[in-house]
Design a protein around this ligand. Sequence first.
Ligand code: GSH
Length: 240
Amino acid sequence: MTTLYGWGPMFDLPGPSPYVMKADIQMQMLGAPFTRALAELDSVAKHKAPYVVDDGVLIEDSTFIRMHFERKLGKDLDECLTPAQRGQAWAVERLLEDRLGLIMVCERWLVDANFDKGPSQFFADVPEAMRAQVISEVRGGVAASMKGHGIGRHSREERMLLAERDVGAVAAMLGEGPFLFGAKPTAADAVAYGVLAACGTPFFSTPLVALIDAQPNLRPYLARMEARFVHEAAWPSMAA
Ligand SMILES: N[C@@H](CCC(=O)N[C@@H](CS)C(=O)NCC(=O)O)C(=O)O
């Protein structure tokens, strides 16, 4: 039995986490049968979602989840790619997850209005008497980690200059598609969907939305990925 742990629909998205959406889509691409359950971060060492329990074995981190199922099922999500395309796929994944994704985190966590309508919901179960203190500590931790990475040291305007280049690079790679490397979706499409959808949700007030809209091929691409891979009803209710 295989269970993917994460979160279901939030923020007008199939889920709040690009990494959970990526793992979900990649497991579908691999044909791995699985059920979905709400993450309990305190129960896992890395304290992050997604994680999977596969026949009693815990796998943490979306990339290790992909590797585990590729190995187990004897499949390769990038089998149709040339060696050069494999390199490009890995590079675009890193750009999306390790740069654009962090800019998206800054927009959600460091901009007060976005935090209040978005990530603050994660603390709804914290007793009211301690909620403000817990929020302040966790938000402070996110701000510190963004500073430590370096992205948090830029102004919001500077981050958007970088994001514009990132979004433009992915859109240029996609071209007429229909997927990043042609007719068949590959692992990088799952990553691109997760991060670009998270940047483009109109739920948040962020210049990232306009950057996505400025690329005429991106919304149709996201819609194509959704038509194939998004099954919102399959997550348990967040209130359960
Ligand atoms: N490298 C990880 C990143 C996962 C990640 O950052 N997950 C976030 C949600 S988007 C999380 O669980 N954060 C909780 C925490 O840091 O305490 C992966 O690819 O799975």
